[in-house]
Design a protein around this ligand. Structure first.
Ligand code: FMN
Length: 643
């Protein structure tokens, strides 16, 4: 896998050596053939020897071609070509954000050069040119500009160096992610015995609130298998999950998602078998208590198997596969309650089964590619989240079929509960210390929920139960929501083809989905107002969101001190405020009157931009570029540490 970073020149030399190595086997074999010919010609007539020689040489050439094709030159070239095709201007912008926009043009040029050279090489190289090192160098230039700290030599040779980061391809499962976290110092193994009853969640919550490492509890009281928490509590770990470097900001990460999400979907790939089938439990052996599900908070209604789980189901009318992330409480050894809130796509599908008088086949899934959980938490319409994750990864998600339901499940999931939900049979579930930091009304009056009748359990050996600690912000669930909601909102705004949007952010401090900030480069009067109205018209912004702040493009949406500056200075409440009386909400919102169904909220749009049409705009105070350059040049003279 990856070792230390290498310099561009080393890479070129290494790549050249690598290519030269391929000629050796063929030369050696031809030499041996010559010796063979001399020996045999003494005993057999010349014609037969010549015939034999031609046959053997042909065979050797054929073998050499197969060898070169499959293992060395041709495949990497093709692979490079595919990778080069996928690098977009957006990827580059995300990569160089921290280095200044001026470099985008330079990078775009080198990508273009690389594309051409890779394509030429794939369709036959020009005479006398050593193309692979050139290509390697082009990619390396991009990697260097992308400030990738994790790039390094991998086992397969220098060409692969360029493919690993940040344009990582292929699948990642939960175990790969945990290993990656450990390698990057983002994971702590807890070997001490920890009780699943409150203790585990409290340890995890304290660490998450301080932005500490993810935790792998290896010794949960009464259990052999581990619990993993805090996966996404930092942007570093979100970066690792996306196969990117650890120093990208939330905006750079969401831009990555947005750029991939608007590309073509890559359908999941079906396999006959996978690690998830290492253990199959039926009948009496079905027992959800076999896994160390924690109880999180004192007022919780029980133990929660699923806080970081997604459910797969099929629309009975369209046949589409849907993934939804809903919490799940263990009701008994063979039943988990599932909180599918009203109006969600999952709920709409369940209601279709109810109308048809049928039970809904469903699988609750923990593990597989961590991106699946995120996709399950995003409102994806008209497509399978498996295919969305395929396009984000640049490679298909590998699935197997549930043996009872035929539903697609990730081949490398950790635990799968397979069964069905009877839409007519609602059970009491909860309460649960929700991500908003409050209990909902169900603390006063239980709310019946759908329940999954578990018929079969699949799990890997030593299955990892993945959990989040929810509760008050900011923990990993808020980071996860901030990431997915910002990315989805940005994607939707991009699809609406509104020009000038430079960044989008839904802050985790506001529980990741209740406020949105959008930065816009204004191009016409009313542009900022258009963006504000568009945000609450999207699927993402129309659910829960209470407020939208619009700022000019000199302020990044996640630069909260500057956003406050805009609100304090550029914002004029009478001019810049719109109140919308009625919009879709969630029963989880504690600001809505207790006891109601809480489905409607008001919203505010705050336009904190300087009006486009103003002829005279406020003059901002700026440091002089010339003086700054001089000051920086003689900084050491002042005897002050670097600011
Ligand atoms: C960790 C986490 C837990 C969630 N829990 C629930 C839940 O219990 N119920 C719910 O309706 N939505 C929950 N959501 C939000 C849904 O996943 C989201 O609305 C998603 O779009 C639902 O999928 P669907 O639109 O296919 O129904 C949760 C999201 C996250 C990130």
């Amino acid at each position: 896998m990856f070792t230390t970073p290498v310099q561009g020149t080393n890479l070129v030399v290494a790549a050249t050596t690598y290519i030269d190595e391929f000629s050796k086997p063929a030369t050696a074999i031809v030499g041996t053939m010559n010796q063979m010919q001399q020996r045999y010609s003494a005993r057999y007539n010349k014609r037969f020897t010549l015939f034999l020689l031609i046959v053997v040489v042909d065979l050797v050439v054929l073998l050499a071609v197969i060898y070169l094709y499959s293992s060395s030159i041709v495949r990497p070239i093709r692979h490079l070509s595919e990778v080069a095709d996928r690098i977009s201007m957006g990827d580059l912008e995300a990569a160089v954000d921290m280095k200044g926009k001026g470099e985008v043009a330079v990078l775009a040029e080198s990508v273009e050069r690389m594309r051409t050279s890779v394509k030429t090489a794939s369709s036959g190289s020009r005479k006398g040119e050593k193309r692979p090192p050139l290509r390697a160098r082009s990619l390396w230039i991009i990697l260097e500009h992308a400030s990738t700290r994790t790039a390094g030599l991998c086992d397969n040779g220098p060409v692969c160096v360029c493919l690993k980061f940040p344009f990582e391809e292929g699948s990642m499962d939960l175990r790969d992610f945990i290993s990656l976290c450990e390698k990057e110092g983002q994971l702590k193994r807890v070997e001490a015995e920890v009780d699943w009853d409150l203790e585990l969640s409290h340890v995890s919550k304290l660490v998450e609130e301080k932005g500490g490492p993810a935790l792998l509890f290896e010794n949960v009281k009464g259990y052999q298998s581990p619990v993993f928490t805090g996966a996404f509590a930092t942007t570093q770990r979100l970066g690792l999950m996306l196969g990117k470097s650890t120093d990208l900001s939330m905006i750079q990460l969401t831009r990555t998602w947005m750029n991939s999400a608007v590309k073509e979907l890559i359908p999941a790939q079906e396999r006959k078998d996978g690690p998830i089938f290492e253990n199959i439990l039926d009948g009496d052996k079905v027992d959800v208590f076999a896994f160390p599900s924690p109880r999180f908070y004192e007022l919780d209604g029980g133990r929660f198997f699923g806080t970081t789980v997604f459910m797969v189901m099929k629309d009975p009318e369209t046949g589409e596969t849907n993934l939804g992330t809903y919490r799940m409480q263990v009701l008994d050894g063979k039943t988990v309650g599932v909180q599918i809130l009203k109006g969600k796509r999952g709920d709409r599908i369940l209601q279709k089964y109810r109308k048809q008088g049928r039970k809904m086949p469903a699988c609750a899934i923990i593990g597989g590619d961590p991106l699946l959980l995120l996709a399950g938490a995003a409102m994806v319409a008209g497509a399978s989240e498996y295919d969305v994750v395929g396009s984000l990864r640049g490679a298909p998600v590998e699935i197997v079929r549930g043996q009872l339901t035929g539903l697609p499940i990730p081949a490398s999931a950790e635990i799968v509960l397979e069964g069905e939900i009877d839409p007519e049979n609602l059970r009491e579930e909860g309460p649960f210390g929700e991500f908003i930091g409050y209990y909902t009304d169900e603390l006063i009056k239980p709310i019946p929920k759908p329940a999954l009748d578990v018929r079969r359990i699949y799990h890997r050996n030593n299955p990892i139960l993945w959990e989040t600690s929810a509760g008050r912000p900011v923990t990993d669930v808020h980071m996860l929501l901030s990431f997915t909601q910002s990315a989805m909102l940005w994607t939707e705004l991009t699809r609406m083809q509104i020009p000038g949007i430079t960044s989008v952010y839904m802050p985790p401090e506001a529980a990741g989905r209740f406020w949105a900030i959008v930065s816009v480069q204004q191009m016409y009067p009313g542009h900022a107002e258009q963006v504000g109205a568009a945000v609450i018209a999207t699927n993402t912004g129309s659910y829960c969101c209470k407020g939208v702040i619009i700022v000019d493009d000199d302020i990044a949406a996640d630069d909260l001190p500057r956003v406050w500056w805009a609100l304090g200075t550029r914002f004029n409440p009478a001019r810049g405020t719109e109140i919308i009386q009625r919009g879709r909400s969630t029963p989880l919102d504690p600001a809505l009157e207790p006891g109601g169904d809480k489905l409607i909220t008001s919203r505010i749009i705050m336009n904190a931009t300087i009006p486009y049409e103003w002829k005279v705009k406020p003059t901002e105070i700026k440091l002089s570029e010339d003086v700054l350059a001089k000051v920086k040049a003689r900084w050491a003279d002042y005897g002050i540490d670097d600011p």
